[in-house]
Design a protein around this ligand. Structure first.
Ligand SMILES: [Fe+2]
Ligand SMILES: [Fe+2]
Length: 390
């Protein structure tokens, strides 16, 4: 829905835009309903440009200004890319929730897979609750960003045509089309060592060792592909461990993406949105960083994937020890400054494309169409073209 907020469409505005976004959580589409903006604030704005007291030209200008809601083209591009990223996050978290989370009215869909849920809960007995809540958060991030874009006369992001990838065939999963593929992941686990280094920062070009080397080179399921994946026990636990490290990978990405893009938004309210959603990604990441450390060391007997004991040599120490989950202070901006505890990376140039490339390298989009990649590339390029002030 692309609704213009100009005065000529105010009649439509009252019935179409001033509404509360209602999410159909099974498909993550947005259905408007009443109450999003108060009728009073709408009338107030109408009176402010009172017909008859202001020339037609000025009225047209006011319409144009209100149509953009004060957002620059760059702001819209950044919020649109973030909406796409959130739709992708919501889709993958939904799949985790159907099998290993809590299925309820907030996050409907699926009926749970008891064996997978039990394997996930080896990492923490509250994992199902955390998976549910992370999923709920992503659904609301996507719905809010799209509703906000719509309210400002900008085009929201709809990826429904790309919900074509297969669901897990394991007991508990809904049989619907998906945006993302959780069954052939190549998980970059270098976030683990990146947040433990006190003298390196990816924004300085530094690279970091993997916590789980094997996950970074093969293709592994993070959810059972079918009920055959529920045995033998170490195979199922390896799938749950993979999910545990993938949770951290996804949420550290969001933790960097928001501050990276915040540096190039212009409008105060767009900045407020980015600064208010971004830290929730960091809250997710911190939780998952802690839980991944509880993934039991093992070797998957079906494919040789090794989860090492990160507390024992050659691992251990500040780079690997599992209870060191707070961000280690490190270099920032210049080595001339003292080290500081920070999110890393936060380089803004090319941040959207870097995020898209990281998700692609993760294997999430294996099976997606060229049209999907073309749209995501276009959204990332537009976001990276945004500059503060325009
Ligand atoms: Fe999110
Ligand atoms: Fe997230």
């Amino acid at each position: 829905m692309n609704v213009q907020l100009g005065s000529a469409t105010e009649g439509k505005l009252g019935s179409n835009v001033l509404r509360e976004p209602e999410i159909n959580k099974s498909t993550e589409t947005i259905k408007p309903s009443k109450g999003f903006l108060s009728r009073r604030s709408f009338l107030g704005k109408s009176l402010a440009v009172g017909a008859g007291t202001i020339g037609a030209g000025l009225l047209a200008n006011a319409s144009t200004a209100r149509a953009s809601g004060g957002l620059t083209a760059g702001d819209k591009a950044i919020l649109r890319f973030l909406a796409a990223a959130e739709l992708i996050e919501a889709d993958l978290w939904q799949q985790y929730n159907e099998l290993g989370g809590i299925q309820d009215s907030e996050v409907p869909g699926g009926t749970g897979n008891p064996a997978y849920t039990a394997a996930i809960e080896v990492l923490d007995e509250d994992m199902d609750q955390y998976i549910h809540d992370n999923t709920d958060d992503e659904i609301t991030h996507a719905a809010f960003l799209n509703a906000y874009l719509t309210s400002k006369g900008a085009e929201p992001v709809n990826l429904d045509q790309f919900r074509t990838l297969p669901s897990s065939q394991a007991t508990g999963a809904q049989q619907i089309g998906r945006l993302t593929n959780l069954m052939q992941l190549t998980v970059d686990t270098s976030w683990w060592t990146r947040y433990r280094s006190d003298n390196k920062n990816p924004d300085f070009g530094d690279t970091f060792p993997q916590a789980v080397e094997g996950l970074s080179v093969g293709q592994f399921p993070a959810i059972p592909r079918n009920d055959g994946d529920l045995t033998p026990p170490d195979h199922l636990q390896a799938i749950a461990n993979t999910a545990g490290f993938h949770f951290g990978f996804i949420e550290q990405g969001g933790t960097s993406l928001y501050p990276s893009l915040a540096q190039r938004v212009t409008h105060d309210e767009a900045l407020r949105i980015v600064l208010s959603i971004g830290p929730t990604e960091a809250m997710h990441f911190q939780t998952w960083h802690d839980k991944a450390g509880n993934a039991p060391p093992l070797t998957d007997p079906t494919n040789g994937l090794v989860f090492p004991d990160l507390n024992s040599p050659p691992f251990g120490g500040e780079e690997f020890q599992t209870n060191l989950i707070m961000p280690e202070p490190t270099i920032f901006l210049s080595r001339a400054f003292p080290i500081v505890s920070i999110i890393r990376p936060t380089e803004t140039d090319g941040a959207a494309m870097a995020a898209l490339n990281a998700l692609t390298a993760d294997g999430l989009f294996i099976g997606q169409t060229q049209a999907f990649f073309a749209l995501l590339n276009q959204l990332a390029e537009a976001a990276d073209h945004a500059r503060h002030g325009r």
